[in-house]
Structure formats: C-alpha cells, structure tokens
Design a protein around this ligand. Structure first.
Ligand SMILES: NC(=O)c1ccc[n+]([C@@H]2O[C@H](COP(=O)([O-])OP(=O)(O)OC[C@H]3O[C@@H](n4cnc5c(N)ncnc54)[C@H](OP(=O)(O)O)[C@@H]3O)[C@@H](O)[C@H]2O)c1
Length: 233
C-alpha cells in the first residue's frame, strides 16, 4: 500500500484560501463508471486509500443524488484516525456532505441525514418541489441557486463564503457532466482499474458537450491500479 507521506505529497491542495473543485472517479480501462450499477465493482484497497485521502483533504464532499441513491453514504465519511489528522491540521473533524438534486427525491428520514456527524447540505434550484424542499430544510442546510437548473458557479461561490473552499466531488457522471458544462472543474483524479467492462455503463461524465483541456500532474501506479491526476490546462 502507499505510505501516507507519498499520497499527501502527490495530492497536496494547491492553496486552501482559493476556491477549488476536485473531482474523483474510478473507471474501467474502457471507460465504464460502474459495474452492476455501482462503482464498488471497479475499486480495490489501493483506490480506497486514495479515495479516503482525498476526503481527508477536503472541506466538503459533493455528490449527486443519484450516487446517494446508488451508494448509500451512511455515517461518518472518515474513520477516527483521519478525523484526528484533520483536527491536527486545522480542519473540522468531518467534512460535510453536499447533495445536488433537481427533484429532491431524497428521504429526509434516511440515514444519510440521521447518521451524519455534520449537518449535510442539499444543493438545488428555485423550481425544485416546495414541499420536499421544506422537509429537507429540517435535516439539512439548503443551498439554492438557479431558476430551474442548479447554477453550479454560484454554488461554488456560496460554499466558499461558508468556508467550504476546497470541494471534492465524488460524482456521479451526471453531476460531473454538469460541472464540466459550467466550467467549474479544477482537477480530476481518475483511477484506472485494470478491467474491461464493455456493456452500457456510463462513462465518468455525461451531459451537454464541452471541451475542457487538462494537463497531467502525475501518473502513480499503485498495486494493479493507475492513479492519474489532471489539472486545468
Ligand atoms: N466510477 C465512479 O467513480 C463513480 C462515482 C460516483 C458514482 N458512480 C456511479 O454512478 C451511478 C449514478 O450515476 P448518476 O449520473 O445518476 O449520478 P449522479 O450524478 O450522482 O446523480 C444524478 C442525479 O443527481 C442529481 N444531479 C446531478 N447533477 C445535477 C445538477 N447539475 N443539478 C441538479 N441535480 C443534479 C439529480 O438528482 P435528482 O434525480 O434527485 O434530481 C440527478 O438525477 C451509480 O451507479 C454510481 O455507483 C460511479
């Protein structure tokens, strides 16, 4: 496995005082973002180590509601030693979860909210269903930007105003596509998993076309995986 110093050096946050959005995905060699509807089929302990390290470094973990529905996200996002590391390094023990949704089809009674050590944020727009918005406001802080679609640039600015400057987006592909469309991505951390999937799994981003050139920061082998880090060109 990686030693901690190696990972901290490779994934150091450029400047914590500036808003920054990092995206993390695992993909098969042929570009699939999931197997049997979940990313878990593609990752391993090496990927889990990098995934956890990126959580440790962030102010907030952003996810689309589809990923919440597929993957769960229950309880603390980090184990005790990582919480302790954060506190020793001037961060809150727990990065909060920020869930992005149009329809707000997320149950306020679900464990995503009831077991969260930090009150989650729910990010939506002004045309989202009013009743669901009110219900979610009981268990989460609402961040509302955009008339009938989420304005992700304004969301980034509000998160920064709340002191959540470093954002880690853990997907999924629809949210990543929206972030690309909004030109809101500073970095992609992509784990290549040594498997071919074919089939009809989505690739890691989908949505309207937009080209964002990136440049390679590192290519780090770890066990059978390849860890790629790309920054804005
Ligand atoms: N390979 C990986 O690293 C990785 C990472 C994450 C997820 N995944 C996989 O991806 C799959 C889910 O894919 P997905 O595309 O459905 O994921 P997603 O982007 O997390 O979820 C899509 C849903 O999130 C909300 N959403 C996303 N972007 C939005 C935006 N710009 N504005 C408002 N709402 C937005 C909407 O929720 P509402 O429907 O509530 O409006 C939308 O239906 C799962 O199988 C998961 O396992 C893979």
């Amino acid at each position: 496995m990686f030693d901690d110093a190696t990972l901290l050096e490779h994934y150091a946050v450029p400047d914590r005082s500036v808003p920054y959005l990092r995206v993390n995905f695992v993909s098969s060699l042929d570009g699939a973002a999931w197997r049997d509807g979940r990313s878990g089929g593609l990752n391993d302990a090496w990927d889990q180590q990098v995934f956890t390290l990126l959580r440790r470094l962030t102010d907030v973990v952003m996810v689309g509601a589809g990923t919440i529905r597929a993957e769960g996200y229950v309880g603390a996002l980090l184990a005790g030693p990582a919480q302790q590391w954060r506190v020793e390094n001037g961060l809150s023990a727990h990065p909060p979860l920020a869930i992005v949704s149009h329809r707000l089809d997320v149950d306020p009674a679900s464990e995503v909210f009831t077991s969260a050590p930090e009150r989650p944020l729910v990010i939506t727009h002004h045309a989202a269903p009013r009743e669901r918005r009110d219900a979610l406001a009981e268990v989460a802080d609402l961040v509302v930007h955009g008339r009938d679609a989420v304005d992700l640039v304004a969301v980034r600015a509000e998160l920064a105003e709340r002191g959540l400057r470093h954002v880690l987006c853990e997907g999924g592909p629809t949210l990543f596509g929206s972030l690309i469309a909004a030109d809101a991505v500073d970095e992609l951390c992509l784990t290549l998993s040594p498997v071919l999937e074919s089939g009809d799994a989505s690739r890691v981003a989908r949505g309207p076309h937009r080209t964002l050139p990136m440049r390679l920061a590192h290519a780090l082998p770890g066990g059978p995986m390849l860890f790629l880090r790309y920054l804005r060109a």
